[in-house]
Design a protein around this ligand. Structure first.
Ligand SMILES: C[S@@+](CC[C@H](N)C(=O)[O-])C[C@H]1O[C@@H](n2cnc3c(N)ncnc32)[C@H](O)[C@@H]1O
Length: 208
């Protein structure tokens, strides 16, 4: 999303659009399930405008990694009443500026569809988690059959008009190849159903 004035405009636009998404996914319940029980030191990558931050009830310290200045600028508005210590930093998931095995848990919420290099981001998350550490995620993945093939065709266009989102990523397979044991929850139904994105899943990936 970059920096500068365009970044601010896009960030405000994204924040408004995600208000609608919140209703479509029952955001408060989903975000509570994903981050509410995480403890210790947690890194959230692609934290956006900080929508998850109010739901960390048990973490000791949350580091929110977000490369867009426009997104970071909207985080303070989400911090009222937040329990853990929160630090917001400018970095990308491909190059996390932390030592090995620094965190007890990591969070990715609609991140892995937008990053430039999925494998590099997963490798970095694996590196900064302690052995047995947990990546808690909500993501969408490539569908099977005809819908999956339609996603392959549509991805180059959708990337341009949907904040860089690639709906045809085989994210779960890539997590397993990186060294995570993945536990998927039930698919999350979005209302209204996006014609070319999904299925959406929440789940956990444990660092082997
Ligand atoms: C779809 S938004 C999701 C924001 C947030 N997680 C939420 O729940 O609303 C994706 C976020 O990932 C950020 N992002 C994009 N590329 C990234 C990268 N390579 N590393 C880290 N964050 C990235 C974007 O700036 C954006 O804030």
């Amino acid at each position: 999303m970059g920096n500068g004035r365009l970044s601010n405009v896009l960030a405000r636009q994204y924040d408004r659009l995600s208000e609608r998404l919140e209703k479509g996914i029952d955001g408060p319940r989903l975000r509570t399930t994903l981050v509410g029980d995480l403890t210790g030191r947690v890194v959230e990558i692609g934290a956006g405008t900080g929508r998850n931050l109010p739901y960390y009830a048990k973490a000791e310290h949350v580091v929110a990694v977000e490369p867009s200045a426009g997104m970071r600028a909207l985080v303070p508005g989400k911090l009222a009443g937040v329990v853990p210590m929160v630090e917001v930093i400018d970095a990308t998931g491909e190059h996390l500026p932390f030592p090995d095995e620094e965190f007890d848990a990591a969070v990715a919420f609609l991140l892995l569809c937008v990053v430039d290099d999925l494998d590099a981001v997963l490798k970095e998350i694996h590196r900064v988690l302690k052995p047995g550490g947990k990546l808690s995620f909500f993501e969408h993945v490539r569908d099977t059959g005809r819908r999956g093939r339609a996603q392959d065709l549509a991805t180059p266009l959708l990337r341009r008009v949907q904040f860089g989102c690639r709906p045809n990523r085989r994210t779960i397979e890539r997590m397993e190849a990186t060294g995570f044991a993945v536990h998927l929850g039930e698919p999350v139904a979005l209302r209204p159903k996006p014609p070319l994105s999904g299925p959406y899943f929440s789940g956990t990936a444990i660092r082997r």
